[in-house]
Design a protein around this ligand. Sequence first.
Ligand code: NAP
Length: 292
Amino acid sequence: MPNPIPLGVFGYPAGHILSPVLHNGAAEALGVDYHYLAYEVRPEQIGEAVRGAQSMGFRGLTITIPHKVAVTEFVDEMSEDVRLMGAVNTLVFEEDGRIVGHNTDGIGWLRFVEETTGEYPKGKRCLVLGAGGAARAIAVKIAQCGAEHLEIRNRTAEKAAELARFVEESIPGAKASSGGLENLQEAAAGCGLIVNTTSQGMWGDAEREAASPIPEDAIPESAICSDAVYIPPDTAFLKAAERRGAKTVRGTGWLVYQGAASWKLWTGTDMPTDLVMQKLLDALDKRIKGED
Ligand code: NAP
């Protein structure tokens, strides 16, 4: 019997990576012969590792921290989203030998927001909290969708200003402004969409886990509130948004849907997202209980 077609994720460290749960779950559910493993690749070896995977018949790779920017040097082609987001999260090894870099973070997030809420950023005033890699992917996608205005707020205000400038210069018609984390009440007033891309709310540190990146009373009742943080699935921010009566969009959905977009690029098939979501939630529950 032939070996399964290899897929994998390159990161450093790699012990905590959850994407094998998504992709092996999809392969099992669909009865297709792919096998996905996590590999710890040192930063200085990323180029060799990518070429090695290609020669060993990998169909594609997920690329995660710290390789998302460095790997752009080793691709033959990159998608428009990679050019704008400055980072690759998915490689496809094409049959003709080309290595193509994609970024599925923005498109995965957008599909999940649309499926969960039936709404779209077009015409909305939007607030993005944070200015790192996840913020850049979301800011670009929000601007591409034709948001009315994008406000970017970050602990380090200069990084928010750089991102707002980049969005205005790169996406025709985009309007963006920026600031620090003060006066978020004012920044959020009239916003139809708020996205947290800071690590506030994340499990592993009690103080951080209890923190919402925005005060509860600053969240407009009519806003859609989306969190990048996925562990725990219901973060302090999403709980505060729910109490305000706002619509909430979990980080677990973002994680599954960016994976689903990568899976589609590799296999041409649709990931069974409901089933994969349950597998992810089970894996997160085990992690929180210290059982994995
Ligand atoms: P990153 O590039 O390191 O950016 C981290 C961001 O968090 C920066 O804006 C940083 O502000 C801010 N931050 C860190 N500690 C903070 C604090 N104590 N108070 C306020 N702001 C703080 O990381 P990233 O790649 O953008 O990822 C950010 C989060 O998104 C992570 O939790 C990651 O797991 C999650 N994520 C989830 C998905 C998904 O599929 N659900 C996808 C991508 C990312 P400074 O600039 O001031 O340091």
